[in-house]
Write a protein that binds this ligand. Structure first.
Ligand code: UDP
Length: 492
């Protein structure tokens, strides 16, 4: 029966129809929704698949339906279970039950297969674009004869670092030796010599005690499995990450499509297709799993040009109470006004402002503005914002780069340690606090980025690097997108 269903399915495939399936977290859904809109703008039918939990959050906190209403019949939302009960904690979108998270394959594959087969009588899916860490979707799609593309939402440097891991493990460089000097380079892999990555700049997964660590194994396996897809999409620009792209293509990935920064490409395309006056960027750019507090834009209006430090650590990072206290001190002592996103839920050990040291209350009230979730792209584009204290998530890095806002990087996990090193050392458009967050470092680095000679140097590099990113949002990227679509069997 299953066989005849598959046969019927394969015979009926005709109209281009892309299924997009992101990993259940903000920074992944965010980018892949942008790709979905780009495809809809090109009149391609898209099914956007989430876990039930994030599906409901998107419906609750964003006006996703009205955002896609201008593409009648082209956009459809679907959801499947992540295997955990409804009331299981998912503060950042994915379940904290790691036995489920690292076994998405066995949990989600049957539902995905059924969903793809159930399309057989309507418009069958002709191409699956899955997150590069949800590669069971590649296997399911291949079994049904569907074209597959992997989308990796991190930086290229990180993808490359993961590809290096088996050799580093084999040669005994990972795990790091006990009491290893964290300022030493991570060497011993072809291509890594001569780079400016020290142990402390390596992805957080490098720093494990055992190579059997389930998170480490998960990311290695997913990265190598993603090479089975016909192509890899990266939200980056060739000229921004050239040294790392050279390492991964064509050796690991034959077809790499660097179509970033996606938010720039999308904004340009919206303008090209709709005209300026009909676009409401404010709602269209909200892809969040939290409700936006837009009151901060009015507060920013009341601040001087380039005077505000925007502070956000993204959708996953969790700060300890003492880290927060150091940040409070550093920010208040720097003397600059600041807008701080203190995500509600498990994001921080204290909610709101209850753990502000008593002696700082007056300073915080005078200079600080706190929100639960900000319209980040608009905040970064605001004339009052002069610096971004960030966890160096890849989205935040690209958004800051395009907006021309210098960064103070405090990387937390995954690719962020590498991104912050690239920002500080390769692009020189910010400073890298790395693993320090004492009040005096925070204060000094905020001052460095907000005024004086260091800021001037950063602004000069920013003009150059930002230009590379902004220009990429035009013809070259569109051509790549077109080629990508052709590869997916879509006529362009
Ligand atoms: N973001 C937002 N409002 C906030 C904080 C973050 O809209 O208050 C968005 C931000 O614009 C970015 C994403 O959330 O697109 C965070 O992604 P990133 O890769 O920087 O970090 P992650 O959340 O994955 O750690």
């Amino acid at each position: 029966n299953q066989e005849s269903k598959i046969k019927a399915y394969m015979e009926e495939k005709r109209v281009p129809h892309v299924l997009i399936f992101p990993f259940p977290a903000q920074g992944h859904i965010n980018q892949m929704l942008k790709l979905a809109e780009l495809l809809c703008l090109s009149s391609i039918k898209v099914t956007f698949l989430n876990t039930h939990h994030n599906h409901n959050r998107l419906l609750q906190f964003t006006d996703i339906r009205s955002r896609f209403a201008r593409f009648p019949g082209l956009f459809r939302l679907e959801s499947i279970s992540d295997g955990a009960p409804d009331d299981h904690p998912r503060p950042s979108g994915f379940t904290l039950d790691f036995s489920k998270l690292f076994n998405m394959n066995s949990i989600m594959s049957p539902d995905l297969r059924n969903l793809l087969l159930s399309n057989a009588n309507t418009t069958p899916v002709t191409c699956v674009i899955c997150d590069g860490i949800m590669t069971f979707a590649i296997d399911v799609a291949k079994e049904l004869g569907i074209q597959t593309i992997a989308f990796r939402t991190t930086s290229t440097s990180y993808v490359w670092a993961l590809l290096c891991l088996p050799k580093l493990i084999q040669s005994g460089h990972i795990p790091f030796p006990e009491n290893a000097d964290m300022d030493e380079s991570v060497l011993a892999v072809p291509g890594m010599e001569g780079f400016f990555f020290r142990r402390r700049d390596a992805p957080s997964f490098y720093n494990v005690k055992e190579v059997t660590n389930p998170a480490l194994q998960f990311f290695i396996n997913e990265t190598f499995n993603s090479t089975k897809a016909s192509a890899l999409i990266l939200n980056t620009v060739d000229d921004l990450e050239a040294p790392f792209l050279t390492q991964i293509r064509p050796k690991h990935f034959q077809n790499v499509y660097t179509i970033g920064p996606l938010h720039t490409l999308l904004n340009n395309l919206r303008v090209a297709t709709n005209g300026h006056d009909r676009i409401d960027f404010s709602s269209s750019n909200h892809n969040g799993l939290w409700e936006q507090d837009r009151s901060c834009l009015a507060w920013l209006d009341s601040q001087a040009v380039k005077s505000v430090v925007y502070v956000s650590f993204g959708s996953v990072a969790v700060l300890t109470e003492s880290q927060q206290v150091e940040f409070w001190y550093g920010l208040v002592n720097s003397g600059y006004p600041f807008l701080w996103v203190k995500r509600s839920g498990r994001g921080y050990s204290g909610e709101g402002d209850e753990n502000i040291p008593e002696e700082l209350r007056e300073g915080v009230e005078k200079r600080g503005y706190i929100v639960g979730w900000a319209p980040q792209e608009e905040v970064l584009a605001h004339r009052a914002v002069g610096g971004f204290l960030t966890h160096s998530g890849w989205n935040s890095t690209l958004e800051s780069l395009v907006a021309g806002v210098p960064m103070i990087c405090w990387p937390h996990q995954v690719d962020q340690q590498m991104n912050s090193r690239v920002v500080g050392e390769m692009w020189k458009i910010g400073v890298d606090m790395k693993d320090r967050c004492d009040r005096s470092t925070v204060e000094t680095m905020v001052r460095d980025v907000m005024c004086g000679e260091r800021r001037e140097e950063i602004i000069r590099s920013m003009a150059e690097i930002g230009d590379v990113a902004k220009k990429a949002g035009h013809i070259t990227q569109m051509l790549k997108l077109a080629e990508l679509l052709c590869l997916s069997g879509i006529q362009v």
